[in-house]
Write a protein that binds this ligand. Structure first.
Ligand SMILES: C[S@@+](CC[C@H](N)C(=O)[O-])C[C@H]1O[C@@H](n2cnc3c(N)ncnc32)[C@H](O)[C@@H]1O
Length: 298
């Protein structure tokens, strides 16, 4: 039997979105989402952020903050308490809508469709059937750690890995997030894979996702990475990648490949210069303003 939930919608100016979202969670909302109140109109605005970093602003000029409550009295009470705050004088209640719990799950899940990496390598959420043409499939659901396969930086790394094929030597995924890249190397045949991240939530997510895909990984905090590897992958951001250059290059065995992502086109030249004392990096792929750098240690 499915139960009904109640969604409270509030139109909110940009500078209050974070306060309102936090207050609604304090008022025991089950979830809070923020949408552009001007979506699908000429005033619609796109928000862009770098991977792994918060978006530059928490909301749009006019946002709709939607909070889900278990029933109408709790949604009504939350609205009354919120609107009693001095800083909430210009918020507008858009309304209360009853949402079937099953519908809510379906709507949320529908936002995450299978992602093709190549014609036959797909990332597929657990609730989706496997596309007929998929030969290699990674089962991955969105979670707390970065990496669902929808971001260009992750996709470019996955494409490169699919082209590279089976890696027989040791693999290091530095900044593994959800573990998506490490798991991909495992599905493509690698046997000795280390995946590390500074974020303990990423370590937990990677462990879980690797198990769900039947891939054996050594997962842990960065100190787990020891010795030399035949393939080192790091999809982080330009600034940490600059600082990590001696460490990442120290892990490269002779003849090993290095793959760097999380870089904007304009950062590629500078990054290649920082890594030049160890190896020559060149642009291997680009998508939506992001570039993938790769190189081989001689
Ligand atoms: C953009 S996400 C990439 C996740 C995944 N590898 C992918 O390609 O989708 C970057 C990850 O690097 C981690 N990270 C950031 N700085 C790091 C550092 N100095 N050492 C290790 N991990 C780091 C973050 O916690 C985050 O999980």
């Amino acid at each position: 039997m499915s139960t009904a939930l109640v969604e409270l919608g509030l139109i909110c100016p940009q500078d209050r979105v974070e306060w309102v979202s936090d207050a609604l969670m304090e008022l025991e909302a089950l979830s809070v989402t923020v949408e552009d109140a001007d979506a699908d109109s000429p005033d619609e605005q796109a928000l862009f952020g770098e991977p792994g970093m918060p978006v530059p602003r928490a909301g749009w000029e006019r946002s709709i903050v939607k909070a889900l409550f278990p029933d109408e009295p709790s949604a009504q009470e939350a609205a009354t308490l919120l609107l009693a705050q001095a800083w909430a004088h210009d918020l507008h209640v858009q309304g209360l809508v009853t949402v079937d719990e099953q519908d809510w799950v379906r709507i949320t899940q529908a936002q995450f469709a299978p992602v093709p990496i190549t014609e036959d390598f797909w990332i597929v959420p657990s609730w989706h059937d496997t596309p007929a043409q998929a030969r290699t499939v990674m089962r991955l659901d969105p979670g707390l750690a970065f990496g669902t396969g929808t971001h260009p930086t992750t996709r470019m790394c996955l494409r490169w890995l699919a082209r590279h094929g089976r890696e027989d030597g040791r693999v290091l995924d530095y900044g593994c997030g959800s573990g998506i890249l490490a798991i991909a190397t495992g599905l493509l045949g690698a046997q000795q894979i280390d995946a590390v991240d500074i974020d303990p939530a990423a370590v937990t997510a990677t462990t879980h996702n690797a198990q769900a895909n039947g891939v054996a990984l050594h997962v842990g905090l960065p100190e787990l990475a020891q010795g030399q590897y035949q393939l080192v992958i790091a999809n982080i951001l330009a600034t940490p990648l600059k600082l990590l250059a001696p460490l990442l290059c120290g892990h490269l065995a002779p003849g090993a490949s290095l793959l760097l992502a999380g870089l904007l086109e304009r950062q590629a030249e500078e990054l290649a210069a920082v890594y030049a004392p160890w190896l020559a990096l060149s642009v291997a792929d680009q998508e939506d303003g992001w570039v993938l750098l790769s190189g081989r240690k001689t």
